[in-house]
Design a protein around this ligand. Structure first.
Ligand code: SAH
Ligand code: SF4
Length: 358
């Protein structure tokens, strides 16, 4: 029997192709798209504008299924970490960060990661698999519709994995996030964070308009080769050139976010800050400083607040917009770089909700 297609992961364009393939009118795509992503309905039988014959036909070739929430952890300040089980049995994590005027979802694009940045728990875990587009958009669907959750206003691809190494599924899911007939998130509300997969940064602006964040973390190749090993393949010069081309491909002025993790004794001196400002001198960007978040097995430490503030102050003195990422979710191991999709690492949760199924 042919494997059934999971319509949850299909952009409007793909759904139109799907209905054309079934010899059904194209407008059906819009109807089903709205049922799934605006009303949260996954059951073909509840789609009242489809007659019984069509519903049966759809059931014979398609399913609409998000991944399963395995467990949920809530930290004191309200950050929620979800452990999610994929069809393969692999676990991934997603994090919901509620703030005053927004609700940000941090999605995973891969289970594990092959790139092994030295400061990242996901990298230490190794690579398990790419997520399918339904498993990526499924995270947003779950965050919006399970447990009568409040709607997500922002999505960041900063969970587990390197989004630009799962390019097609990431683009397909981001198209659904942006679509007015689905979640309608503007480009400013969707951020793809990459450790610097240069050929795919070069492709990105032709395919989708979202915000781009580059995980730089070091301004010279020697140090970056060491802490972000993908730099050996795509060195800083090629990465900076890709950033410039990316910015030049848009007519209206925009900027990219440069992420810079601060690790004590590794990349946190004023000398490092100087190199960074030189490297970024002609790039329209804002710099987001992320104090290192610890995880079991890592010897790295977070610099003192004095050191962090001095680094930030130096960047600002050179005219850069520099922000400090306030760590959210540390209490439930949900902060940047702490995601592992592993139960034994998730037992720190303050309040535990176990989902048998949703
Ligand atoms: N693979 C992508 C996206 C996931 S990581 C990337 O590397 O950009 C999301 C962000 O968390 C990246 O900027 C990453 O460098 C940062 N990060 C990873 N481990 C961290 C840690 N232990 N503490 C703080 N930030 C970390
Ligand atoms: Fe992968 Fe990003 Fe972690 Fe590096 S920081 S190992 S690219 S998830």
């Amino acid at each position: 029997m042919q494997k059934k297609i999971n319509l949850l992961g299909c952009s409007l364009e793909s759904l139109e192709d799907f209905f054309i393939g079934l010899k059904e009118p194209k407008f059906r795509a819009k109807q089903i798209f709205k049922w799934i992503h605006q009303k949260g309905v996954l059951d073909f039988d509840l789609m009242t504008d489809f007659n019984k014959t069509l519903r049966e036909k759809l059931k014979s070739v398609a399913i609409i299924e998000p991944p399963k929430i395995h467990e949920e952890f809530v930290s004191n300040e309200g950050t929620i970490k979800y452990l999610i089980e994929l069809n393969s049995g692999s676990m991934i994590e997603m994090v919901v960060i509620p703030e005053k005027n927004r609700r940000t979802l941090c999605v995973s694009s891969q289970a594990g990661c092959a790139l092994q940045c030295t400061f990242c728990a996901t990298g230490a875990q190794g690579f398990e698999q790419n997520l399918d587009s339904y498993e990526i958009i499924g995270q947003l669907w779950l965050a919006n519709f399970s447990n009568k959750n409040k709607p997500i206003t922002n999505v960041v691809f900063m969970g587990m994995g390197e989004p630009l190494l799962n390019y097609d599924a990431v683009i397909e899911s981001a198209k659904i996030m942006k679509d007015q007939l689905a979640y309608g998130l503007s480009r400013k509300r969707i951020t793809i964070s990459t450790s610097g997969i240069v050929p795919n940064i070069n492709k990105l602006s032709n395919e989708i308009d979202v915000s781009l964040a580059i995980s730089l973390h070091a301004a010279d190749d020697k140090l970056r080769d060491e802490i972000v090993p993908i730099n050996n393949k795509y060195p800083i010069k090629s990465l900076i050139a890709a950033c410039k081309d990316y910015l030049a491909s848009y007519e209206n002025k925009r900027s990219i976010t440069i992420e810079y993790i601060l690790i004590e004794g590794i990349n946190d001196t004023i000398d490092h800050a100087k190199k960074l400002t030189k490297l970024l001198s002609d790039i329209s960007c804002k710099i987001n400083l992320i104090p290192f978040n610890s995880f079991p097995g890592s010897d790295y430490k977070r610099p003192s607040n004095n050191k962090i503030n001095a680094f930030k102050k130096y960047l600002m003195s050179k005219g850069f917009i520099a922000t400090l990422r306030i760590t959210r979710g540390d209490g439930v191991d949900a902060a940047c770089g702490q995601l592992v999709g592993n139960l034994s690492n998730s037992i720190k949760g303050k309040k535990l909700i176990t989902h048998k199924s949703i």
